[in-house]
Write a protein that binds this ligand. Sequence first.
Ligand code: CAO
Length: 416
Amino acid sequence: MVLPLEGIKVIDFTGVQAGPACTQMLAWYGADVLKVERPGVGDVTRHQLQDIPNLDALYFTMLNSNKKSMELDTKTAEGKKILEQLIRGADVLVENFAPGALDRMGFTWERIQELNPRLVFGSVKGFSEESPYADLKVYENVAQCAGGAASTTGFWDGPPTISAAALGDSNTGMHLLIGILTALLHREKTGKGQKVAVSMQDAVLNLCRVKLRDQERLEHVGYLEEYPQYPKTPFGDAVPRGGNAGGGGQPGWVLKCKGWESDPNAYIYFTIQEQNWPRTAEAIGHPEWAKDPAYATARARQPHIFDIFAEIERWLADKTKHEAVEILRKYEVPCAPVLSMKEIAYDPALRASGSIVEVDQEKRGKYLTVGSPVKFSSFKPDITGAPLLGEHTDEVLAGLGYGADAIARLHKDKVV
Ligand code: CAO
């Protein structure tokens, strides 16, 4: 079977999470992805949070599957020459070094274009070039704070809060992926490559769109009626943290179910969908609320929405989260159990769809990882292991025309 990106050669000059998440997906969909790593060191995630001594950590294997690895010191003259050869033969180069690092190595965008005008060059930085913070090194949580996520996440009486979801890292990688694929299609039309730059701040902000919407609404009307603060607590001049409130027009909350006292995940998310209110009221044992003027409309419910949630919690008290969802689905209430990572890891449906896959990793054996969240009708991505550090160095050098003696010398000189 021909995979969609087969024949696309990618130099993966990335590390940690944002860049590797992007190039991993290119590899899943068929691109030939070569990870270029510092000799003897490699991507820092190979050694971070190791669960088995002296083995590549899961942090690395879960972000670098389906790739090849080459060790190459790109700060040496010979290493630079080899990287130039690779660039000449590639379709895509992706990097997420600290600001200026690639330039200091001698690979400015101008130089890259000279080497290969058809190359699509993908680059991740914490901030865009226009930002006053453009020189900063950035990790996930820094981006969440700078992109508007932290100030709008958490509870109003607590500090700004970081999401566990990798809004700054993997999310930026996914944005970069969209940019690279777009640039490859553009190249079909123009014959030319281009630089695709994504900042982590921008990628986080793109997911915080509704919070910018709320900022504008707040400036127009002075309050946000779907936030728990309304109508009792005055609003300030910036969007407050709304706890577990729904971000759309449908109020919702995380509600306790049977067993919450001992199980930290015995909760469901419950949404009151306006158009489904009569059935929702029936589901929770209050059919009379459908017509009661104090309950019949969203506007009437909002001032005492937490009393309504408390009443729903009383209804939930003798039901597990799964039992509750089983009942509520019959009434078309948008809801879900709060699933723990343990439940997700062993969920048969996620295994069946390929969203959680078991991968055979050299030396480690089998481990679980997240498969492709995108499903295609004509192929199913096959997730394979991640490369050992430098596993493909000799193979790549031979492909570039280096003979056995030259390869041995490069090893001896620690260029590779
Ligand atoms: N051969 C020789 N040198 C190499 C090399 C190779 N194959 N690969 C990397 N290097 C060098 C770099 O050139 C750089 O050298 P200088 O500092 O002398 O220019 C050095 O290794 C370290 O580069 P780095 O970018 O990895 O720096 P870091 O580990 O200090 O910072 C990070 C890591 C992530 C904070 C930084 O890369 C960054 O801000 N990246 C942009 C934002 C980003 O993608 N963050 C996401 C991280 S995911 O949480």
